[in-house]
Design a protein around this ligand. Structure first.
Ligand code: FES
Ligand SMILES: [Fe+2]
Length: 443
């Protein structure tokens, strides 16, 4: 099913009904556990959180809890967070450093590569304790794009096969070199797919994100649809919405970035559409000075925004110096609730950067932050609606609406979505959701 395309306009995709059931039904939610979550590669967390031997983090995807570890011998591992004695959760903190994992219930102890190494009063097990069978249960694990990916299904395709063309397209951005600067989770009153869908179309942008028309040109965005339900959208940046009236002067929304690049906004009076090309040239010129390596990026990639929606619940947003990972996670018991994670990363300039005399917004100091890993900040969506928290103005606008979308879908008066051509990514995604949910071998 090769539906990738790179021309402008909307591709044709097979239409399968996107019914309300998949968003609101507890039964559908339970089926997802077996047929979807247990069958795909999942973005578990950041590789930088398991950089050193002994580092671990816990990835919660209800009802599963998965430990990702870097063992003493430097190997990346992933294990179900379930003690092989009587099933207790072993690690209860989000991340940390441990040589051994000791179960809080009876004290069974595992090495950080998952091996069972100590059982209190072992002689009391008259049938013995077969350690090879009672080590922590592993699952498949790979590192890519600065993230750790896990898969519960031993028979699923490899991560490379699953990602298809995406890997080669993302790698030039060097996401693995970007460092975390902010870690947020918002609790939403919507199904995890409802918020994911929101990031699968630009149709709503002109309607609820008016600020975008002075930064991006959404109407000319290009879309790619790939096997396994992945999609991409590329949007021209440092420009304006060309479907609307072109302003005579560079909009204030771009001033700071132009200044950071040493460009004068007044040079672009009457030729606002030239900014994008000149930003590309300027960034290329200044890369060495700023300590950035843009050698593997195209000119378009220096100015534009590219977003990969990686089936079923992760999104990678890539720019030359910034990287955002978004992820939807289901609630443990309620299809009408979910978690929305946002990890913001930034490129660290190379050590040989010559930053003297250059007024750059993305300076080494900012890129490196205070040095310590930011703690994850988790909050209810009301904190965004009422202005106590922000996840960028754009996402705040989306989040402010999402509960009402979920509530509308629960109405007897709504049965299924009716999508336009610009929502082809949403359709493609749900076609693949159906493929997994209807797969014979699932279960
Ligand atoms: S359940 Fe873990 S030691 Fe008993
Ligand atoms: Fe949006």
């Amino acid at each position: 099913m090769a539906q990738a395309r790179s021309d402008r306009g909307a591709p044709t995709v097979p239409v399968t009904p996107i019914t309300a059931e998949r968003y609101i039904s507890p039964d559908y939610m339970m089926q997802e556990r077996e047929k979807l979550w247990a069958k795909v590669w999942l973005l578990a967390g950041l590789e930088q959180d398991v950089a050193e031997p002994g580092d671990y983090f816990v990835f919660d995807l209800a009802p599963e809890s998965i430990v990702v570890s870097r063992s003493d011998d430097g190997e990346l591992g992933a294990f179900y967070n379930a003690c092989q004695h009587r099933g207790a959760r072993i690690l209860l903190s989000e991340r940390g450093w441990l040589e051994q994992y000791t179960c809080p219930y009876h004290g069974w102890t595992y090495a950080n590569d998952g091996r069972l190494v100590h059982v209190p009063e072992e002689e009391s097990f008259s049938r013995g304790v077969p350690r090879d069978r009672l080590s922590l249960k592993p699952l498949r694990v790979e590192a890519w794009a600065g993230a750790v990916w896990v898969c519960m299904d031993p028979d699923a395709p490899t991560l490379d096969e699953f990602l298809g063309p995406i890997k080669a397209l993302v790698d030039p951005f060097r996401p693995e070199a970007m460092r975390l600067i902010e870690d947020q989770t918002v609790r939403l009153d919507c199904n995890w797919k409802a918020v994911y869908d929101n990031f699968g179309e630009l149709y709503h942008v002109e309607h609820i994100h008016p600020q975008h028309q002075l930064i991006f040109d959404c109407p000319t965005a290009t879309v790619d649809l790939w096997d396994f339900g992945h999609t991409r959208v590329c949007i021209d940046g440092f420009t304006v919405n060309t479907r609307l009236a072109i302003p005579d002067e560079v909009p204030p929304t771009q001033w700071a970035q132009l200044e950071a690049l040493g460009m004068n906004k007044d040079d672009y009076k009457g030729r606002v559409l030239d900014v994008r090309r000149d930003v590309q040239i300027k960034k290329r010129e200044m890369a060495a000075v700023l300590g950035y390596n843009y050698d593997r990026l195209s000119d378009d990639q220096l100015s534009d925004i590219v977003q990969y929606n990686i089936f079923p619940n992760a999104i990678l947003v890539l720019m030359p110096d910034d990287y955002m990972i978004l992820r939807a996670r289901p609630h443990a018991t309620d299809p009408n609730r979910c978690y929305w994670d946002k990890l913001s990363l930034r490129m660290e300039p190379d050590d040989n950067a010559q930053t003297t005399g250059v007024n750059i917004s993305f300076s080494r100091e900012q890129a490196q932050g205070a040095g310590a890993r930011p703690e994850r900040d988790e909050f209810p969506y009301q904190d965004i609606v009422e202005g106590r928290k922000t996840m960028t103005i754009t996402q705040d606008q989306d989040i402010s609406l999402i509960r009402d979308i979920q509530q509308g879908m629960q109405s007897r008066g709504f049965s299924q979505a009716w999508l336009n051509d610009d929502e082809s990514r949403v359709q493609h995604y749900h076609t693949w959701i159906d493929r997994y949910m209807n797969a014979e071998s699932a279960g």
